[in-house]
Ligand binder design. Structure first.
Ligand SMILES: *Cc1c(COP(=O)(O)O)cnc(C)c1O
Length: 427
């Protein structure tokens, strides 16, 4: 038989659930063109007729817009999934600020005003220990600004060898700092650094002492590090990168440093991410002594690192929200997670599904080694692909040949969507 006859017709290809999703995301013209091209390749014998749908989807994949997904990985702050999900109030604030907004304008006087003043005021109010605050694009930008303003041009940054951290995807804090032109003065060893090591290295060229929170690994055994409080008497500023952006200590994560804690210990300047445990938009938070913050804000580079109004709106709303999705996920009760998993499994009795006790993690954003007791529904691993490409896409983790959908980072309100997605994927 002529293989051309077996090439699926356009309407048959478009009936595929994934093609329907592509249609609603990309529009008819683009999808039909991809289908026609795939059919043409089948006609030419380049691909098998049965692969027309896959070929069309593959051709469309790079054009697919950013899609909202359900994070069932059990990693609360999943960098590849955009870290912290925004609170409802923050999402509304972003939408409200999308048009013209008074980001740099005083509606009472009709004059120019300090950019983002209400967001900065909200941050200052949340951290009363800070003399002043500033917000930049991300924590990496906060470190670049501090290094450039306080140590570039022959200045030195004194840092422990135990805190030369790679965050992920090849991003290394020492390389970032060196790129500003500052010189790194490494002290101590990988596992132990004493206050005396810092004291011996501080001199006339020292711009500041930097403490970096090892936010994605743990060193165990014969270890020792100097605390912030032990470094405040050296006559140079102490800058603390707490990474995670926790403003207050979090009971669910004892041992994870907070911005307020670092300032109380005597840090002169603290840097942190906005989209990790702070639960807000991508941003770099800078908090500390007013003259230092002022120097950073006035540095010419500050303009290149500034945040847009959408970030300011989301940050402000996040700071006013008692319950961010990240905090809810952190504090979720294991018993409740188990109830939810059991209820989900009960609706899917026809599938090979079980409820498992598992351990969720915070992710690269902080609390390395902390295991948060959680519950997952366990499904055949072959469902992983269809769930990822379904609507909405669901991302879990495959362990020992099973697909685990961990509920800790899934908002309870999405359980119904999860059930529907599993049913669709199991068809
Ligand atoms: C995540 C992290 C950074 C980088 O923060 P971004 O906001 O991603 O730029 C820097 N330092 C530490 C300790 C971190 O954990």
């Amino acid at each position: 038989m002529d293989h051309r006859r077996r090439i699926p017709r356009t309407d048959a290809v478009l009936a595929d659930a994934r093609m329907r999703a592509a249609l609603s995301a990309l529009g008819r013209a683009q999808v039909k063109a991809a289908v026609a091209a795939a059919q043409e390749r089948a006609r030419a014998g380049e691909i098998a007729p049965a692969d027309v749908v896959e070929a069309a989807l593959a051709a469309l994949a790079p054009a697919a817009p950013l899609r909202p997904v359900i994070n069932a990985t059990g990693v609360l702050l999943h960098t590849n999934l955009g870290r912290a999900p925004l609170a409802e109030a923050a999402i509304e604030a972003v939408a409200a600020a999308a048009g013209p907004a008074d980001v740099e304008f005083d509606l009472v006087t009709g004059r120019r005003a300090r950019r983002g003043r209400s967001a900065l005021a909200a941050l200052a109010a949340a951290v009363p220990e800070a003399g002043d605050v500033h917000v930049v694009n991300n924590n990496a930008a906060a470190l670049v600004l501090a290094a450039t303003a306080l140590a570039a041009g022959g200045g030195e940054i004194v840092i422990s060898r135990g805190e030369l951290v790679e965050i992920g995807d090849g991003f290394r804090i020492p390389e970032l700092l060196a790129a500003t032109g500052a010189t790194l003065r490494e002290v101590g060893t990988t596992n132990r650094t004493t206050p005396a090591d810092y004291a011996a290295a501080v001199g006339p060229r020292t711009g500041f002492v930097l403490k970096v929170h090892p936010s994605n690994f743990r060193v165990e055994g014969f270890t020792g590090a100097a605390g912030i409080a032990e470094l405040t008497g050296l006559g140079v500023p102490v800058v603390a990168d707490v990474g995670s952006g926790l403003l207050d200590p979090e009971p669910a994560l004892p041992g994870e440093p907070s911005v307020r804690g670092a300032l109380r210990e005597g840090a002169d300047l603290v840097t942190a991410s906005g989209d990790k445990l702070a639960g807000g938009p991508q941003a770099g938070l800078l908090l500390g002594r007013a003259p230092l913050v002022e120097r950073l804000r006035r540095h010419p580079l500050a303009r290149a690192l500034r945040v847009d109004k959408l970030t300011l709106a989301a940050l402000e709303a996040t700071l006013h929200t008692p319950e961010t999705p990240v905090r809810r996920a952190l504090r979720a009760m294991p018993a409740r997670l188990r109830e939810r998993a059991t209820a989900i499994a009960a609706q899917l009795g026809h599938l090979d599904i079980t409820v498992e006790e598992v351990a969720a993690t915070v992710g690269g954003g902080g609390a390395p080694g902390v295991r948060l007791p959680s519950a997952a529904v366990s499904l055949p691993a072959r469902l992983a692909g269809p769930l990822r490409t379904g609507e909405p896409p669901v991302v879990g983790r495959v362990e020992d040949g099973r697909l685990l959908l961990d509920l800790r980072a899934v908002p309870e309100s999405r359980d119904g969507d999860l059930v529907k997605a599993i049913i669709a994927a199991g068809r």
